[in-house]
Design a protein around this ligand. Structure first.
Ligand SMILES: [Fe+2]
Length: 254
């Protein structure tokens, strides 16, 4: 398989104070990531074709997400991508197979490696259409809807899922559904296919020109009278000080 493999966002990971060495954060802090356009496997070519339909507005964001889901099911990714899964497990790092970055839009498809007991802290996204599908192993996943902004740094969230996902199951985030998530591997490594398209939604929760990076939140901050979650937007340092290296079960949501 011809491939150009790069580690994503290494500079961001290296700058996380207090984070355990294997804890990785996928927050993009720079835009100097080279495009990767030369790997042609069915999941890449057909996913890119769907993005092109989205860009031409032949698909709405919802229809695009449904089409991505159907494509992933049709291609039986946990089986058809076995060579890539094995390679990711062997290299113990993310492998980017597609990346295109432009001024206001970007897309990426990558094999995402989670070493055992790696914890990605709770975070929301901005103008993302994202599918993160488990290919091998298990992930403890929490997904939240972002309901409203309560204050300059507080959000109202609704828990949509708190459970373990296995091969073929996915986190799916859009601007208006399951926008925030929190996930971790268990005692075995986990490989996911991560397919993101940024910049394709007209309405955004935050001002449209906000940087296309993820925003860390603390969903344990408080509870609304009706049971909805009051989350606080926090810094990378605060997030890793609180959530770094700790399983989700340390923070019960019930
Ligand atoms: Fe995310």
């Amino acid at each position: 398989m011809a491939a150009t493999a790069v580690r994503s966002d290494a500079s961001a990971r290296d700058s996380i104070p207090g984070a355990e060495a294997e804890v990785m954060i996928n927050t993009r802090l720079t835009d100097d990531v080279p495009d990767i356009l030369d790997i042609h496997i069915p999941v890449v070519d057909r996913s890119v074709a769907l993005v092109e339909k989205l860009a031409r507005r032949e698909l709405t964001p919802d229809a695009y997400m449904a089409a991505v889901r159907s494509l992933h099911e049709e291609l039986d990714l946990p089986n058809s991508l076995k060579p890539w899964i094995e390679r990711t497990l062997q290299e113990k790092k993310d492998i980017v197979v597609y990346q295109r970055t432009r001024q206001t839009h970007r897309e990426a498809i990558q094999f995402f490696y989670l070493a055992p007991n790696v914890f990605h802290p709770p975070h929301c996204h901005h103008n993302i259409l994202s599918t993160q599908l488990v290919l091998r192993g298990q992930a403890h996943v929490r997904e939240f809807d972002r309901i409203a902004r309560l204050g300059p740094d507080t959000l109202l969230l609704k828990l949509r899922l708190d459970g373990w996902l296995g091969p073929g199951e996915a986190m799916r985030a859009t601007e208006i559904e399951r926008n925030c998530h929190w996930f971790a591997s268990g005692d075995e490594p986990c490989v996911m296919l991560n397919f993101n398209a940024y910049g394709y939604q007209d309405w955004t929760f935050n001002p449209k020109d906000r940087p296309l990076r993820r925003n860390l939140v603390d969903p344990t901050h408080g509870r609304n009278g009706d049971g909805l979650i009051i989350a606080k937007e926090i810094s990378v340092d605060e997030s890793y000080a609180k959530f770094g290296g700790r399983p989700l079960s340390d923070f019960p949501m019930a």
